[in-house]
Design a protein around this ligand. Structure first.
Ligand code: ADP
Length: 478
């Protein structure tokens, strides 16, 4: 026989995986299903002798009673809370409780229908995650799409106190004691949380926080956006790692390198001078001459290295001085290309130029030459035989634009991102054992920036690279 509608409902309630009960106006459980009996560890007969008050954890009783009272008073028709129940064996069961009031025809309350979902497992997991959230040694911050701070862990609260000693209004982009690695204060657009709200994702953004330079902390920050299934941004997560020790160690290393290279320069210059004098003598035996040549070559390399290290130190301190004069960049390109010709020939590369008649700019000729030398020699170093290198110069409005394009080994996107960092060397360079220090591009970009310009790079592995030097506002008509 097929059960009728009412019987079907009874069966559905009885076998529902969610705990269900009908509760009288005094709070007694009048009818209970299997799931609720399992959840609380009683048989139906015993459970229906109890009121929800005695099944509820004492700490959660007041809030439940208050809502129960509001429903009875007709202020609300239903409510939903997370609360703790007491299992027959004394343990705690977490429940997600939904309650609806059923009324009689005249509107007076009849009984309550309650559904209780056992969320003990979920709650345990949530608490575990919560504990991890607060224990990890990384500051964590969750922001909504409007930039309001939603949640942060304890570690991040520590960083907030250092960064905003006068308090924070809870929205991204507030200015505080935040400084770039070189010490300049960050503006709103540069602030990590502000950038994250714009939908930017980044890793390893290094900066200082704290008012006092002697005690401030260095942080490395990463950001990821959170999106809903339709792709709309629903927030962002930022992770902050303390890298103060690393930053301090790097400073010490750089100061050390700067002072050592400074000290090395004087004896090296003397050595090179005397070696040059000796080479001029024509009464030397052949074996001594060979030895002298090797010494001279190596002392020369050492001098280049030392001057690179000094340039890096000067650029870091911002003391890279420029001696600007009117320089025809076309002459400069031609000189650089001519002096790289021998290296290009022996590497079996074609080396060409694409330049106008003349383009005079107000720049430090020696320094711009150093930049071009570096770019062209790199292009020659990092291009396989049979390839080509082209140096082009053009005027673009008030800017002079120099490009060095090669058909060489190229770089991956990740390498491009780090190419201008001090001591960076790409995998291609290391695997092929091409000599270098990883300082050239860093110096070149500092020189271009000291001119108010920009050095940029586009590259693709096995296709080639293009370095572009933009020197703004300087070309002068002859
Ligand atoms: P160095 O050449 O002494 O290693 P640089 O600072 O000039 O130092 O260059 C840094 C790194 O960038 C190089 O080690 C190399 O991996 C990569 N690189 C520079 N120029 C090129 C280029 N034209 N093609 C491919 N890779 C290059």
């Amino acid at each position: 026989m097929t059960p009728d509608g009412g019987e079907l409902w009874r069966l559905a309630l009885e076998h529902s995986p969610v705990g269900m009960t009908l509760v009288g106006l005094d709070g007694r459980l009048m009818v209970v299903n299997h799931a609720l009996c399992d959840m609380l560890g009683y048989d139906a007969e015993t459970l229906t002798t109890k009121g929800f008050q005695e099944l509820t954890h004492p700490d959660d009783l007041d809030s439940d009673l208050e809502l129960f009272r509001q429903a009875l008073d007709g202020q609300i028709d239903s409510y939903r809370i997370t609360k703790r129940y007491l299992h027959a064996d004394g343990r705690i069961v977490w429940g997600d409780l939904s309650v609806a009031l059923v009324k009689q025809a005249d509107g007076s309350p009849l009984l309550f229908i309650s559904q209780i979902l056992d969320i003990t497992e979920l709650e345990r997991e949530r608490r575990t995650l919560e504990a991890i959230f607060d224990t990890v040694n990384v500051g964590l911050l969750l922001i909504d799409p409007d930039g309001r701070y939603r949640r942060m862990n304890r570690r991040h609260q520590d960083y907030m106190r250092v960064t905003f000693p006068d308090g924070h209004d809870g929205a991204a982009g507030q200015l505080g004691h935040v400084y770039f690695p070189d010490g300049t204060p960050m503006q709103r657009e540069d602030m990590p949380s502000y950038r994250a709200v714009q939908g930017e994702e980044f890793d390893g953004l290094w900066y200082w926080v704290g008012a006092d330079p002697r005690t401030r902390s260095a942080l490395s920050t990463s950001a990821r956006t959170i999106r809903d299934p339709s792709g709309a941004m629903t927030g962002a997560v930022l992770a902050y790692q303390d890298i103060t020790d690393l930053m301090r160690a790097l400073e010490v290393k750089e100061d050390f390198v700067a002072s050592v290279s400074h000290e090395l320069r004087t004896p090296l210059t003397a050595l090179l001078g005397y070696l040059e004098l000796l080479r001029e003598g024509d009464d030397l035996p052949a074996s001594a001459r060979h030895g002298l040549e090797v010494m001279h070559r190596n002392a020369g390399r050492l001098q280049l290295l030392v001057s690179d290290l000094l340039d890096v130190a000067q650029a870091r301190e911002g003391s890279l001085e420029l001696h600007r004069t009117e320089v025809d960049l076309v002459d400069l390109v031609c000189e650089v290309v001519e002096s790289a010709r021998t290296a290009a020939d022996s590497a079996d590369l074609t080396l060409g130029t694409d330049v106008p008649e003349a383009l005079v700019a107000h720049v430090d000729g020696g320094r711009i030459r150093q930049v071009l030398d570096n770019l062209v020699l790199n292009a020659v170093k990092y291009t396989e035989p049979g390839g080509s290198v082209v140096v082009a110069l053009r005027r673009d409005g008030d800017d002079a634009v120099l490009t060095v394009t090669d058909t060489g080994i190229g770089m991956t996107a990740d390498e491009v991102e780090h190419a201008f960092n001090r001591f960076f060397r790409g995998d291609g360079a290391l695997q092929r054992e091409i000599p270098g220090t990883g300082l050239g591009l860093n110096i070149a970009s500092s020189i271009v920036e000291a001119h108010g310009g920009k050095l940029t790079l586009e590259s693709e592995p096995s296709v080639g690279s293009t370095f572009t030097v933009l020197l703004p506002g300087m070309p002068v008509e002859r």
